[in-house]
Write a protein that binds this ligand. Sequence first.
Ligand SMILES: [Zn+2]
Ligand SMILES: [Zn+2]
Length: 317
Amino acid sequence: MQVRCAFRRNFGSLSIDGPLSETSRWRAIVRVLRSPVDIIGSALLPACCTLCGSPLPRLSSVPICDACWTEIPVQSGVVCRCCGDSLDSPVVEGNAATYVCRACRISPPAFARAVSFGTYDGRLRDAIHALKYDRMHPAARKLGAMLAETIAPLSSEAPAGMLVVPVPLHRTKHRQRGFNQARALAQGAIDALRRSHPEWKLVLASSTLMRLRATDTQAGLTPTQRRKNVRGAFRVTDSGAVRERHVLLVDDILTTGATARAAAQSLIKAGAASVYVATLARARRLNSNASSDHAARVAQDAFADMHSSSSSHQPAS
Ligand SMILES: [Zn+2]
Ligand SMILES: [Zn+2]
């Protein structure tokens, strides 16, 4: 029989899709109440895994057990070589490694390639919730190392020197959350890559990109709404800093790619030579039919958007 801790924190029960003001208020209250409870609890009780509630064999700044780390789902199967979206194997013929999805063929994104470590599900989803909503900052180190595993294979095709740009939060959300999880993940990934690939010059540039609007949360929006939500939402603060530079854009989750497309487009417009995208998690579509329809809608939206808003859109080389 598995022993469970009395003060298990069930992040899976926290909704991130509800109205922001309500959930933020509750989280703030829970955080204030939790601190003294945690101090007393850790003195009287053995530490518990934040995700599954099992007792931990030792105290740790990252209270996640080894079993939960190993349960984190890694993205597998055939993916689009451009946006990294999972593809249904029946639609892929020939060399799967070079397959580009319909959305990317119709409207190539401004980024050269997007890669993700795992699927936004199960323990990875729980761990990202713990990082973002419970401010479990030390988890960013291990999660960043996982992100680094995904970035590492790019070293053979990506430039030898890159600016690492975390997708920024709007200042209002930054103030609410207290930190930008994308920046924490980027720093964790850079630290790991400095050890594994010391020759690769990766420089964190966390103030290069700015979020102009406090966009609504993307959760629950249709692909079209997501694109409109982030259209024109980013600006490069100093074009000189990115001109002719290669950029690695980092975020925690990629769903439709609308945010990555918008951010990459801003960087390319400001003169960046190329943009690669790396996210810790990729949200999976619900089923293959929805995926196919969704891909077509994203492509149609992107095509219309490209021709209505800008004539200077250029895919990265
Ligand atoms: Zn666990
Ligand atoms: Zn694609």
